[in-house]
Design a protein around this ligand. Structure first.
Ligand code: SF4
Ligand code: SF4
Length: 216
């Protein structure tokens, strides 16, 4: 039967209900009837919190150490995780100059846009003529994400686990300079060593004599 031919509309076909198999999570809660009452468990949680609070308060009032809190920067902890992303380091070439080639990839990748690089040009070094004249990071805005380290193609920038002396009372004093990044914890074990800078070719006197045009 088609619409418009005057007959009754077709009745929808009854289908059996679909039963989906819901996933069973490994940590799915199985509550007892006591826990399903909720209120006793809420009161039990409040009791635990209050007990910890009173215990720590009693310790502080009697001159002992309470909750384990580090009061940075007055207190420093030495136990940073080995892969913690802390202070930046610029690695060095064998002659002590920065390994950085001022390619700007770290500054481009930086989500906070806090890296400023001013490149220089050394025409006497054809293998790596660009170098950073100025390389600074604004630590008042750095989010310590490590993307600059990952973006660097030269292993020129790294992050040490610890974070010494990062606090300041003036955000304009929180610029990390190139000198500090080179000298704070000097590192020259780069994964991509540079070829040494070429030295001008000098011929020995005997070779020069041999090359001199002979007298007629
Ligand atoms: S750690 Fe992140 S925010 Fe800080 S300079 Fe590197 S890329 Fe930028
Ligand atoms: S630190 Fe690395 S990515 Fe950044 S400018 Fe230098 S060479 Fe390029």
């Amino acid at each position: 039967m088609t619409p418009g031919d005057g007959g009754a509309p077709p009745r929808p076909v009854a289908r059996p209900p679909v039963r989906y198999a819901r996933p069973q999570y490994w940590n799915a809660n199985t509550l007892t009837w006591w826990e399903r009452l909720y209120l006793p468990e809420v009161l039990r949680g409040l009791g635990i919190t209050t007990g910890v609070f009173l215990r720590n308060m009693a310790k502080w009032l009697t001159g002992r150490r309470g909750a384990v809190t580090t009061y940075y920067p007055e207190e420093r902890r030495p136990d940073f995780a080995p892969r913690n992303r802390g202070k930046h380091v610029l690695t060095q070439r064998p002659d002590g100059s920065p390994q950085c080639i001022a390619c700007n990839m770290c500054a481009t990748a930086c989500p906070a846009k806090v890296i400023e690089i001013e490149p220089g040009f050394d025409p006497d070094d054809p293998a790596h003529p660009k170098y950073p004249v100025r390389f600074e990071i604004d630590y008042s805005r750095c989010v310590f994400c490590g993307l600059c380290v990952e973006a660097c193609p030269e292993d020129a920038i790294r992050m040490e686990p610890d974070v010494p002396d990062l606090v300041a009372t003036d955000r304009y004093n929180m610029w990390l300079t190139m000198d500090e990044m080179l000298t704070w914890r000097p590192q020259a074990d780069v994964a991509k060593p540079y070829p040494p800078k070429p030295v001008p070719l000098t011929l020995s006197p005997s070779v020069q004599r041999g090359r001199a045009p002979s007298n007629p």
